[in-house]
Design a protein around this ligand. Structure first.
Ligand SMILES: NC(=O)c1ccc[n+]([C@@H]2O[C@H](COP(=O)([O-])OP(=O)(O)OC[C@H]3O[C@@H](n4cnc5c(N)ncnc54)[C@H](O)[C@@H]3O)[C@@H](O)[C@H]2O)c1
Length: 252
């Protein structure tokens, strides 16, 4: 599809066995990239690395907590020491919670923003330095349809708000850094066939499907395909953009 030979790609949250991040990492590896499997889940990291190596790809696992500035800087330093470059950062690590605003605690709000927005900020800021020095970089952020239309699938208002914040952050940053050869874009998946989808009671799942013109959840591969495109050299004039991947459930 696209050429990533010799490129180094960090995918946060890529340790989740059934998650979107693992498929993103596998897809980059299939295009020739060396992929950094960055997650808190050590077992998941080992497993993703083994899957990629089993498919003939190149991967290195790094344990990171994206909410910790020290941990994030250590990840970037480790990658730079070993490979001397970071071409692509995919900010995929994210958490959700199903709760009404009435029942939401301030701590819930803080926890969601801590990972989904502050963690994304820390990883982006730390990777920008080597990208700036190389005058090349691609940053792709996982937002969500919830960030655009305000929920409707899974997760509370804090989740939607954090994913909306990601979009505004990405656009603002693209104004700062795009002249330096670094693009920053977001994807907004709708309901994807992951653990979240499988956890929905049939009644809720049927309701969600009714609202999707394509009549099915998306596949992790369909998200990964759009991300690989945005991260490619070919997407050189696209920045501050958002791509909907939602089967038509939200169109704008
Ligand atoms: N699944 C969906 O339907 C869907 C839809 C829209 C957007 N998204 C977004 O896509 C991304 C991936 O979703 P998923 O369903 O694959 O999630 P997932 O729960 O399967 O995977 C998330 C991964 O992030 C990691 N993580 C969480 N906190 C972390 C931290 N502090 N530091 C490092 N790693 C951390 C977890 O260990 C896990 O491996 C998320 O940002 C999510 O909000 C998902």
């Amino acid at each position: 599809m696209f050429e990533f030979q010799d490129q180094v790609v960090i995918v946060t949250g890529s340790g989740s066995p059934k998650g979107i991040g693992r498929t993103i990492a596998r897809t980059f590896a299939k295009q020739g990239a060396t992929v950094i499997i960055a997650d808190m889940n050590e077992e998941g990291i080992k497993d993703t690395v083994a899957v990629i190596e089993g498919e003939g790809g190149k991967a290195m696992g790094i344990t990171v907590n994206v909410t910790s500035p020290e941990s994030v800087q250590q990840m970037v330093d480790t990658v730079m020491e070993k490979y001397g470059r970071i071409d692509v950062l995919v900010n995929n690590a994210g958490i959700s919670q199903k709760v009404t605003v009435e029942d939401m605690k301030l701590e819930d709000m803080r926890r969601i923003f801590e990972v989904n927005m502050f963690g994304l900020f820390l990883c982006t800021q730390a990777c920008m330095k080597p990208m700036r020095a190389a005058k090349y970089g691609r940053i792709v952020n996982l937002s969500s349809v919830s960030g655009k239309r305000g929920g409707g699938v899974f997760g509370g208002a804090h989740y939607s708000a954090s994913k909306a914040a990601v979009l505004a952050f990405s656009k603002n940053l693209s104004r700062e850094i795009s002249a330096e050869g670094i693009t920053i874009n977001s994807v907004c998946p709708g309901l994807i066939n992951t653990e979240i989808w499988k956890s929905l009671p049939k009644e809720d799942a049927d309701k969600v499907i009714d609202g999707i013109p394509m009549g099915r959840p998306g596949e992790t591969q369909e998200v990964a395909n759009a991300i690989v495109f945005l991260a490619s050299k070919e997407a050189s004039y696209i920045t501050g953009e958002e791509i909907d991947i939602n089967g038509g459930s939200h169109m704008d």
